[in-house]
Design a protein around this ligand. Structure first.
Ligand SMILES: *Cc1c(COP(=O)(O)O)cnc(C)c1O
Length: 399
């Protein structure tokens, strides 16, 4: 049997070095736990980056995949796909959207949203409206369109020229949006809560104001819910938490309960600009991924499931705040539901490694922000366990 080290060696030799990886190979998962190649067990507060919201290998998702795998894996969107139609019906039943385009990832969902927004105004012969306003410290993905939408220099570096037509303004600054809006503005694209940018939560009325401004200016409002979707904030979608409906929403990450699937959902008024030939994805909405997503959605929408997650999030937030009060190296604790973060006044990598050694997986974004995105089924006892380890680790860094 291979060891962690064997896997690391082969990765270094043969896999593109696009990721800074921790020195373990995870081989098994169940619920909130994962195991590495040496058999060491970890409690997962990363969830494959907000993907494993149901926990690892949720039995309903696994059963749905097993069943579908024996029946039909892939055909093509040349034909009707029953699980795809069911999933679209369920997603629209549970959201503002009337129609859904299916793809395989977050970045693809954002690309689809950019195309749809432009096409919508093209169809109205409003051909000047090509500009999309996005936010500083946003994250929308790594393909050329969505990386151009992402207003972070480090993500652009080396890949210019970018796709044109984006205007960047500060997040949570309604005046900045007001100033940037014009007759050229096709859409405003925003994460309801910025994920990769540091778990930045906007002021209570920011998204409401954005909605108003977009409506007044006849621009579309696009919410990138790739990270905030599927219960992460304690509601099925974050827009429900803020009480603001967008025109378009992008989804992926936790959508398939661990299987790759993404979607761009919109109102009928907007989605009717997508006609045969406008857009496509070979694997988009394939039977296997859709059955996994259907099974996952059934759990997310089960009575009490998200309420429980919301309560757990409140408990976790209060425990993090307690820690912050005792530590001089914590700048701030923030977040909503189970999308939580602790900003330090110094790099957080040592703490991440410390936690890993003690059997807890967390991650660090923007150098100094520890992010906590556990499966929504995480228990208070598991949170207490992490808090204990964090407290010791923070103490070590105090001088
Ligand atoms: C992760 C993420 C993406 C990109 O998703 P991929 O599946 O990695 O392409 C886009 N938007 C947001 C808000 C994300 O968190």
């Amino acid at each position: 049997m291979k060891s962690n080290e064997d896997v690391i060696k082969i990765t270094a030799k043969h896999v593109a070095s696009t990721y800074g990886r921790f020195p373990i190979a995870l081989v098994r998962g169940k619920g909130t736990k994962v195991w590495d190649r040496s058999g060491k067990k970890y409690t997962d507060f990363v969830s494959g980056i907000a993907v494993d919201n149901l926990g690892h290998c949720h039995p309903s998702v696994v059963a749905a995949i097993q069943q579908q795998a024996e029946q039909l894996l892939h055909v093509s969107n040349l034909y009707h796909i029953e699980p795809q139609s069911q999933l679209a019906a369920e997603l629209t039943r549970h959201s503002f959207a009337d129609k859904v385009f299916f793809c395989n990832s977050g970045t693809e969902a954002v690309e689809a949203a950019i195309k749809l927004a432009r096409k919508y105004f093209y169809d109205k012969s409003d051909t000047k409206r090509k500009e999309i306003i996005t936010m500083k410290n946003s994250f929308h993905g790594r393909t050329m369109g969505s990386l151009s939408a992402t207003a972070q220099k480090k993500i652009h570096w080396g890949f210019q020229p970018l796709l044109s037509g984006f205007k960047y303004v500060a997040f949570n600054d309604i005046q900045a949006v007001k100033k940037a809006l014009s007759q050229k503005t096709c859409a405003v694209l925003v994460e309801p809560i910025q994920g990769e940018g540091g778990v930045n939560v906007p002021d209570k009325n920011y998204l409401k104001e954005l909605r108003k401004l977009c409506t007044q200016n006849k621009s579309l409002l696009i919410f990138d819910e790739v990270q905030t979707g599927f219960g992460r904030t304690g509601k099925l979608f974050a827009y429900k938490r803020f009480g603001v409906k967008p025109d378009i929403m992008t989804l992926a990450k936790a959508m398939g309960g661990g299987i790759a699937i993404g979607a761009m959902a919109a109102t009928e008024k907007v989605m009717k600009s997508f006609v045969p030939g406008s857009h496509a994805a070979t694997f988009g909405g394939n039977p296997l991924a859709c059955q996994a997503a259907l099974a996952a959605l059934k759990v997310y929408t089960q009575d009490g499931f998200l309420q429980k997650a919301e309560q757990t999030g409140k408990y976790f937030l209060s425990r993090l705040n307690e820690l912050a009060e005792q530590s001089s190296i914590v700048n701030e604790v923030r977040g909503v539901g189970l999308l939580l973060a602790m900003e330090l006044n110094q790099p957080g990598s040592r703490i991440v490694l410390d936690c890993m050694q003690q059997g807890y997986l967390i991650n660090c974004i923007q150098q100094n922000v520890l992010r906590f995105i556990p499966p929504l089924i995480v228990t208070e006892k598991e949170i207490d366990g992490l808090i204990k380890v964090l407290a010791k680790s923070l103490e070590k860094l105090e001088i």
